[in-house]
Ligand binder design. Structure first.
Ligand SMILES: [Zn+2]
Ligand SMILES: [Zn+2]
Length: 109
């Protein structure tokens, strides 16, 4: 069974959108808390999403066309896009804040 780490980008088939995992839920289990940006109003929403709706976010790098997989590649703590392991690009064009930063026990990721 696939598991997700805090700070990892994932795809929610329930919301048809990319989200950032912020933690695992014990009650109910097999669920994760994930933050997502609402499309029109620009608010951030925290959802509790059952694991069955979550999958790795896989797409092609806009810069070098390599495959990017959020379960393997690092998610950028600033823009929330997955960093291409071939060319190092995160959000194509410009890395900019998605409105929050991801913290870790050591500070910012
Ligand atoms: Zn690339
Ligand atoms: Zn970035």
């Amino acid at each position: 069974m696939i598991s997700f780490a805090s700070g990892q980008a994932a795809w929610s088939s329930l919301h048809k959108d990319i989200c950032i995992i912020i933690g695992e839920s014990k009650e109910p289990d097999h669920s994760y808390y994930a933050v997502m940006r609402k499309k029109q109003v620009d608010d951030l929403v925290i959802h509790l999403i059952n694991q069955r709706y979550l999958s790795a976010y896989v797409y092609r790098c806009g810069n070098c066309k390599s495959e990017i997989d959020s379960s393997i590649d690092q998610t950028c703590a600033i823009c929330g896009w997955v960093i291409c392991s071939s060319c190092g690009t995160c959000k194509s064009k410009k890395c900019e804040s998605k409105g929050f930063l991801l913290g870790s026990p050591n500070g910012i990721f």
